[in-house]
Unconditional design. Structure first.
Ligand SMILES: N[C@@H](CCC(=O)N[C@@H](CS)C(=O)NCC(=O)O)C(=O)O
Length: 198
């Protein structure tokens, strides 16, 4: 049984979405985290090393950080075909775009959102103005990050763009807007939001 360590309306919500897509057996354990205003504290029950959400435990096997959890879950429930397996042609693209999400896209979005100048494009991540065209270029090849195939990578990218698409920091992009519509129209997304607010 999988336990999702969760705080409502946070990055862990998208893992309710993924677990619903996978029709996996899971329970949600609500945890406290630090808050933006400096209040709150990491919850000792949460196995993430900094008390962040999401984290999961699969009968004692702990996985934290969104791309790792996405990969772990799609490997764990291969019959749902929500992530290419080793040996499949698009496994490389899958791993790359999962890692890009956390290594480049998120830092670029957060840098912009918090008005922090990206030190230089040769650092580990790039400015949003450089990252977005790469993602939009990818999404212009097909409806999903992996082309015709919906995967857990879309759970990460789709929910992130759903959150930021209307933000002033985001340049308007019809490709991203259509992409977000496709992702949030999925029944598992609606189920996740309903479970979160239940
Ligand atoms: N790199 C992590 C980021 C997780 C993260 O920052 N989560 C936020 C909630 S959206 C959090 O737990 N913040 C509270 C804290 O950092 O103490 C991932 O992608 O999974």
């Amino acid at each position: 049984m999988i336990t999702l360590y969760h705080r409502p309306k946070s990055r862990s919500t998208r893992f309710i979405f993924l677990l619903e897509e996978l029709e996996a057996p899971y329970t949600v354990q609500l945890v406290n985290t630090r808050n933006r205003d400096g209040s709150g504290a990491a919850d000792p029950a949460n196995p993430h090393p900094h008390g962040k959400v999401p984290a999961i435990s699969d009968d004692g096997v702990v996985v934290f950080e969104s791309p790792a959890i996405a990969l772990y879950l799609t490997d764990r429930f291969p019959q749902k075909r929500l992530g290419p397996l080793p040996g499949e042609a698009d496994r490389g693209a899958y791993l790359s775009w999962l890692a890009y999400y956390t290594g480049v896209l998120e830092p670029s979005l957060m840098s912009k959102f918090m008005s922090v100048e990206v030190p230089r494009g040769t650092a580990g991540w790039v400015a949003l103005e450089e990252a977005l065209p790469a993602v939009i270029g990818r999404l212009s090849l097909g409806p999903y990050v992996l082309g015709e195939r919906f995967s857990a990578a879309d759970v990460l990218y789709g929910t992130t763009f759903a959150m930021f698409a209307q933000a002033p920091i985001m340049p308007k992009s019809a490709i991203i807007e259509e992409y977000v519509k496709r992702i949030v129209a999925r029944p598992a997304y609606a189920r996740a939001l309903a479970k979160e607010t239940a």
